[in-house]
Design a protein around this ligand. Structure first.
Ligand SMILES: [Zn+2]
Ligand SMILES: [Zn+2]
Length: 162
């Protein structure tokens, strides 16, 4: 499931290149970084660094582990990705060009469900206004058990009763 994209003026690659060039010590946009940015932005996903390293390797890219970790940090800093603390590991997802949304995380199967809810957004806006707080983003994660895992548990219990 993917939410509809948000119109953005620049491609993720251009935005990242601009970010690297705007550093106090400008950095070069390397081939490995280009491969990573293209790979990550080909599809909206919730992924962790280890998963990304495995996927890149499987698809024949040679990107070093250190580069993956370093580049993920830069992509977050550049506003292209955001971090998500779903479980014990850190996950990443597109922020640039993707609408504001919240998450439900199934602790049994690891499924991530995205949803949008105007009432939650309104509450956050109001709370920030009350505290005269300028929001730079938020994370709202509901952890628990998804429908499929719930049903599996219920039918197992029924079998146990038979
Ligand atoms: Zn589940
Ligand atoms: Zn998401």
């Amino acid at each position: 499931m993917q939410l509809p994209a948000v119109e953005v003026s620049q491609s993720p690659e251009d935005k990242f290149r601009e970010y690297l060039a705007s550093r106090s010590r400008p950095q070069r946009y390397t081939g490995q970084q280009r491969d990573m940015v293209r790979y990550i932005f080909a599809q909206h996903n919730h992924f962790d660094a280890e998963q990304l390293i495995d996927d890149l390797k499987r698809d024949g890219y040679s990107v070093s582990r250190a580069t993956v970790y370093r580049t993920l940090n830069k992509l977050v800093d550049a506003g292209l990705l955001r971090r998500l603390e779903l479980g014990p590991r850190m996950f990443y997802e597109h922020d640039y060009g993707y609408p504001q949304h919240e998450h439900m995380y199934c602790q049994k199967c690891g499924k991530v469900i995205e949803f949008q809810n105007p009432a939650i957004e309104a509450v956050i806006r109001n709370v920030c206004r009350e505290h005269n707080f300028q929001s730079g983003g938020h994370s709202f994660i509901i952890r628990g058990t998804c429908t499929e895992c719930n049903q599996a548990r219920v039918s197992k219990r029924r079998l146990d009763l038979v």
